[in-house]
Design a protein around this ligand. Structure first.
Ligand code: PHE
Length: 336
């Protein structure tokens, strides 16, 4: 019996020291030695077979072994808990870092920036104006008097009789000319508002306004600058055309169409089969507008243009639904 007890203790020590910190293996070892049907319990069973003289001594040995085993296991358990705690507090410098999610610019911002970059390169300075605008700048000084039918085209949000949310970026033309002497070359991006909401219109959208005035500026300059812009923005092989149009603040006026970037002019759903896409309005600044800002129409000429940024972004990135820009779905935004 003495031998058996010694064997048992020795094996138990070996098993315990060989245990990795696997809680399952630990529990298995505990059951193996200390369990109700474990190795120690087996020895206790054999006590009955031991002769009466030796039984007392053998019982003492077994009880000693039992408390020894219990101590061994509880010490091992304590040690494991300590290790666990230490590990939880320590910093593993070899773990790869977690990258903080990087933000990025909204496709509309990217497009506005790109448009401005091209015009900056052509010598236009970027300027801005207020989104809450006086009726005077949004309409009056742009040759759109109060009863002018052109006001109907714009579905204006009125804040009061004289104050509106600007319906286009053209008021910036007037504000700039009021402040500066010619020559003037500016490009002005910003938010604009109209009471319009359907699949192709949102009540808030973005425009970029351009203005170039000075001595001897002609319609040829307008064509040259806008052609250069289109080729920079959409590639040098994209065709464009100037189509006569009307705006109260320009005369003559022209809208610019580019060859459909989706079908390359063959005709598709996006260009409604025409092969052309309208991208901007433009024209020679109407002499009436110069009168409002104190320029001499006999001496000064120039042109202006305006375009919708959403439209340019859709064509540039091949996006077919305007609403995607305003839903702020990260899966969409992350693509740009
Ligand atoms: N402001 C016009 C619009 O919103 C566009 C435009 C700007 C046309 C400048 C001519 C000159 O439709």
């Amino acid at each position: 019996m003495k031998k058996a007890v010694e064997n048992l203790l020795e094996t138990a020590c070996r098993v315990l020291s060989g245990l990795q910190d696997d809680p399952k293996a630990f529990e298995l070892a505990r059951v193996r030695f200390l369990g109700r049907k474990g190795e120690l319990a087996q020895l206790f069973k054999e006590l009955g077979k031991v002769s009466e003289q030796e039984r007392r001594e053998a019982g003492r040995l077994l009880n000693e072994a039992k408390s020894r085993l219990e101590t061994l296991f509880s010490e091992a358990l304590d040690k494991r808990r300590e290790l666990d705690a230490a590990r939880r507090e320590s910093i593993d410098v070899s773990v790869p870092g977690r990258r903080p999610p990087a933000g990025r610019l909204h496709p509309i911002t990217q497009t506005a920036t790109e448009i401005c970059r091209i015009f900056n390169w052509l010598g236009f300075e970027t300027v801005e104006g207020p989104e809450i605008e006086l009726d005077y700048y949004n309409f009056e000084a742009l040759n759109i008097p109060k009863d002018h039918p052109a006001r109907d085209m714009q579905d204006t949000f009125y804040i009061s009789e004289d104050v509106v949310l600007r319906t286009h970026t053209s008021p910036i033309q007037v504000r700039t000319m009021e402040k500066r002497k010619p020559p003037v070359r500016v490009i002005a991006p910003g938010r604009t508002y109209r009471r319009d909401s359907d699949v192709t219109h949102t009540p808030m959208f973005h425009q970029v306004e351009g203005l170039m005035v000075g001595k001897g500026i002609s319609f040829g300059d307008l064509k040259g600058i806008l052609t250069t812009f289109v080729h920079q923005m959409f590639g040098p092989s994209v065709g464009l055309r100037f189509r006569p149009s009307f705006f109260p603040f320009t005369e003559p006026s022209a809208e610019v169409d580019i060859e459909c970037v989706m079908c390359r002019g063959k005709g598709c759903r996006v260009c409604k089969g025409t092969g052309w896409l309208e991208i901007l309005g433009s024209g020679m600044v109407d002499p009436e507008v110069y009168k409002y800002v104190g320029y001499d129409p006999e001496e000064i000429t120039g042109f202006a243009f305006g375009m919708g940024i959403e439209r340019i972004a859709m064509l540039k990135f091949g996006i077919d639904d305007l609403r995607l820009f305003f839903e702020n779905d990260l899966r969409f935004l992350k693509q740009f």
